[in-house]
Design a protein around this ligand. Structure first.
Ligand code: PLP
Length: 487
């Protein structure tokens, strides 16, 4: 079925003249308005008329059409769709946190928000502890926003020394936001190819490094789910030329409690707390991308921080070298609260166990599937694994076909066709919150798909069969989405 033909029963279709979900008392004062009659409606607004029960049932059914982490296995690589404990929602919803007016901050009424500032301080300190960085700001509102801040600070670092640099190095496996960020801040991107082990080619890296390179941006573990054993050396080479090391820590699920980017030699890091530290995300919902810096970049941190003076938290603005404001108030504070709740609930050992289990789960899947798919970079991985449907595709069944097949079995598809350097890539991130039965069900379904692909490849054109829409044109579905109701 094409998208153009897809019909949805809207709440307007269910409307019945005169049906109500609300009874108001009879009017006992004169009905009168001071508005000019030209401003008044001539006819009644066309609102749907339903009972409360009709409305509840309508929206409950609509919500059930969503794929969601609370309903389905969601192994979307690079996105860390893990279970988000409900205690984090409880805390973020507490009246004292959720009802405070943001302008309390700009009016410098800090005595009214000491508890809030304490949680900001706790999060900054916890993130420093987990990453080994000197100082964090929680103001960036997404991962990509954090990257932008990080590279702007690096830019200012070089300028403050009187030398504007030209290039930023990224590996060809990098997350797309890395070269995009470098370009937006005004740098040219030097791309280094991956070697046979999936790491950045070391010799080529050394050859391309020079005094015009401002920074090296690395996603760690990289998008192939691999940790580069030469990472310390990469930092040393960059630092010889005073190029700074940027750690894309959007996905900390493999290394929290295990290794610390600051100890390895990185100068700046952003963390997607909405991936690693418990926030339901996806569909463009709010995120938060705190940024941590080493000593070298402290003076460039953005406006709005806190410090404790005589046991009282005070607001601070950036110093004379601050890059200025990047976000109103303390960013998406509700996300910070969820993160601090999650971290405090787990504790240090809990974080270590979380990473260990995330890595174990990904390796379990890789090893159950390795004989059925192409495996581009060995039998071991970190928190996610990348396999490929290259051989299957020769018989007519592509990575996209496998992804569509899975939908009929109540699972979200893994990330496909990314990273770009793997043909027919399928990138699977199970996360630590899934049990063995779920992982086995997923692997069994993937293996069934491979067997079916060999026997009856043509069948794959018809999946998914159960979801109302089968194969919309992906581009048109985004660019020409028409959700307007015509009465
Ligand atoms: C998700 C992700 C980002 C971007 O984060 P947003 O919050 O979506 O802006 C950057 N890098 C990596 C490796 C990611 O997985």
């Amino acid at each position: 079925m094409s998208v153009e033909n897809m019909t949805v029963t809207t709440i307007f279709d269910k409307s019945q003249e005169g049906r109500k979900g609300l009874n108001l008392p009879v009017l006992d004062v004169e009905a009168k308005t001071t508005l000019d009659s030209s401003l008044l409606r001539k006819e009644k607004a066309k609102l749907p008329q339903l009972s409360e029960f009709d409305v509840v049932r309508h929206f409950t059914n609509l919500s059930n059409k969503n794929m969601a982490i609370d309903k389905n296995f969601y192994p979307l690589g690079s996105c860390t769709m893990k279970y988000n404990p409900k205690i984090a929602e409880r805390v973020a919803g507490l009246e004292g946190f959720s009802s405070i007016h943001p302008h309390v901050i700009t009016n410098n009424m800090n005595e009214d928000v000491q508890g809030i500032l304490e949680t900001v301080d706790m999060l900054e300190k916890n993130l420093c502890e987990v990453t080994g960085m000197k100082k964090f700001t929680t103001t960036p509102q997404a991962g990509a926003h954090g990257e932008m801040l990080g590279i702007m600070m690096i830019d200012k670092y070089h300028r403050s020394k009187g030398n504007k640099r030209k290039y930023i190095i990224v590996p060809d496996s990098s997350h797309g936001t890395n070269p995009a960020t470098a370009t937006m801040v005004g740098y040219e991107v030097i791309t280094i190819k991956s070697d046979a082990n999936g790491g950045m080619d070391f010799d080529d890296y050394c050859a391309k490094m020079n005094e015009d390179v401002a920074a090296v941006m690395l996603t760690v573990p990289n998008t192939l789910g691999l940790y580069n054993p030469r990472i310390k050396q990469l930092c040393e080479v960059a630092h010889k030329y005073d190029a700074l090391m940027y750690y894309d820590g959007a996905n900390m699920n493999a290394i929290m409690g295990v290794a610390r980017p600051g100890d390895i030699g990185f100068d700046v890091i952003h963390i997607n707390v909405h991936k690693t530290f418990a926030t339901p995300h996806g569909g463009g919902g709010p995120g938060s991308g705190p940024v941590g810096v080493s000593e070298k970049l402290m003076e460039f941190l953005p406006d709005l921080g806190i410090k404790k003076v005589n046991d009282i938290y005070e607001f601070t603005t950036g110093g004379k070298n601050s890059i200025g404001k990047i976000s109103p108030f303390f960013g998406n504070y509700g996300i910070s609260l969820r993160a601090i709740t999650y971290m405090t609930t787990l504790g240090g050992n809990g974080m270590y166990n979380t990473s260990s289990k995330a890595v174990l789960n990904a390796n379990y899947i890789l090893n159950r599937l390795k004989d059925y798919f192409d495996v581009p970079f060995g039998n071991k991985c970190m928190h996610e694994c990348v396999i490929s449907a290259k051989t299957l595709a020769k018989g007519g069944v592509t990575a996209m076909d496998i992804a569509k097949y899975l939908l009929d079995f109540g699972m979200h598809a893994p990330t496909v066709y990314f990273p770009l350097i793997v043909k027919e890539a399928i990138m699977i991130e199970p996360t630590e919150t899934e049990n063995k039965q779920t992982l086995d069900l997923f692997c069994d379904t993937m293996i069934d798909a491979v067997n079916l692909a060999k026997k009856a490849p043509a069948d794959f054109q018809h999946y998914p069969k159960t979801l109302g829409v089968c194969r919309p044109d992906d581009t048109m579905a985004i660019k020409n989405l028409n959700v307007r109701y015509e009465q």
